[in-house]
Design a protein around this ligand. Structure first.
Ligand SMILES: [Zn+2]
Length: 429
């Protein structure tokens, strides 16, 4: 007889547990415990569907602690590698080609807060004082490859902690702390990118924080072009040089009216010289762009870049620079507010592993949410977009989880040969 005090030991295949973990984010469940409550025995097809997705034969479901145990054992690095392999595959399939800028891949560099605690969570927390409250935080610096249709795919992550802040004076502002840490983490981030993508032609898109000696040096060391935001306040003398040179070349000017009747003005200077605070000399080009919309709304941008600037290229380069803002909207914001719950502490120990799981799920979700397959389905039902068909992005996640639990996914759906003939196109609008 089986002794009920010692339940039989179940061994889960790592593919199954990976799949289980991905569904935490694919289904936008919001917390680890929701895996237990949402993926319970009421879903008659859940186990069969997951088994076929993972190509396993489990006969029971794990609980969220099983996932935690698995991730503690496996660590976060294999998941980071898997994420990079997925993006590499998309690049090799030429699925993302339309987003290239002068032959380069635009790789957006941006930092974000990740975890915030009200207690000291580990020996490496960044510490910030907010009035009477002390916050203990972890931050990340991301390299995200820009794809077509507003897609962004993480290709490397560098976690920032108090070891990056050791040179920052204790009384420095939160913004100063963030900047110091991000500049310091940039070379480490690019080193990771180059391990996996040694030959990829890359143009780094970054904010004005990087338009300085360390940011230029990192780009040079790792063979990257760059398109860094150029702000008067960041490098005032350089900005004055730029303004002076612009007056000397009045012909370097393009004006046009877009199909939306926005007026665009481009001005540029080639061969701007800059000496950084460490005495290194740099030469690059600078581009200024001004937009006045039909409703009078006015905005302006400027960048420094080694990319060729002339009549034929300025519009494309400026468009690439403006894409940078997408990472804020499409990347971190979606991951924080779009149901993926980025800032939630999924685990106090293996938070890095959950971070990469989230990135992997976000890659898959973008192919689903922004790809042509659901759009075609929606249009077949008389709706313009997939979001319109399902009511909201969150509604899509709810339907996806319901489908996983209650609908026996047809065997054709798992036929790799048939799937190979299906093309997912990314929306370019
Ligand atoms: Zn910590």
């Amino acid at each position: 007889m089986h002794d009920p005090r010692f339940p039989p030991r179940v061994v889960y295949h790592k593919r199954f547990l990976l799949c289980w973990g991905l569904w935490l984010f694919l289904g936008k469940l919001g917390s680890r415990r929701a895996l237990d409550s949402r993926f319970d025995t009421d879903g008659p097809e859940l186990l069969a569907n997951l088994n076929r997705l993972a190509d396993t034969e489990q006969d029971s479901r794990p609980v969220n602690k099983t996932l935690e145990y698995f991730l503690r054992r496996s660590g976060s690095e294999p998941l980071a590698g898997l994420q990079q392999q997925c993006v590499d595959r998309l690049i090799r399939m030429k699925a993302l080609n339309r987003a290239r800028l002068q032959g380069d891949w635009l790789v957006l560099i941006d930092g974000s807060g990740y975890l915030v605690f009200h207690y000291k969570h580990c020996a490496h927390c960044l510490i910030q004082q907010h009035g009477e409250h002390t916050l203990y935080m972890h931050q990340v610096l991301e390299a995200k490859l820009l794809g077509p249709g507003g897609t962004v795919f993480s290709i490397a992550t560098e976690f920032i902690d108090n070891r990056d802040a050791q040179d920052t004076p204790a009384g420095a502002s939160a913004e100063q702390l963030k900047q110091d840490c991000e500049l310091k983490a940039l070379p480490r981030l690019l080193a990771k990118v180059r391990v996996v993508f040694p030959q990829l032609p890359i143009c780094l898109g970054g904010d004005s924080l990087f338009a300085c000696g360390p940011g230029l040096q990192a780009a040079q060391d790792y063979h990257c072009d760059y398109l860094y935001v150029f702000k008067p306040g960041r490098t005032p003398a350089l900005w004055q040089d730029f303004q002076g040179l612009l007056q000397l070349c009045p012909d370097q000017r393009v004006e046009l009216l877009t199909p939306q009747e926005a007026h665009h003005l481009y001005r540029w200077v080639n061969g701007l010289d800059y000496q950084d605070s460490a005495g290194r000399r740099w030469t690059f080009n600078a581009l200024y762009c001004q937009e006045t919309k039909k409703n009078g709304e006015h905005s302006e941008w400027a960048w420094v870049t080694p990319l060729a600037l002339n009549r034929a290229t300025v519009q494309e380069v400026a468009k690439g620079g403006r894409e940078r803002w997408r990472e804020e909207n499409e990347g971190f914001n979606t991951q924080k507010n779009g149901g993926l719950n980025l800032e939630h502490a999924y685990s106090h120990k293996c938070w890095a592993a959950y971070y990469y799981l989230l990135q992997l799920a976000h890659l898959l979700l973008q192919l689903l949410e922004k790809g042509s397959l659901l759009r075609q389905l929606a249009q077949g039902q008389g709706k313009r977009t997939a979001v319109a068909l399902f009511g909201s992005i969150q509604g899509m996640a709810v339907r996806l989880v319901e489908s996983l639990r209650y609908w026996h996914w047809p065997d054709e759906a798992f036929d790799a040969a048939a799937a190979g003939k299906i093309q997912v196109r990314l929306n370019s609008s």
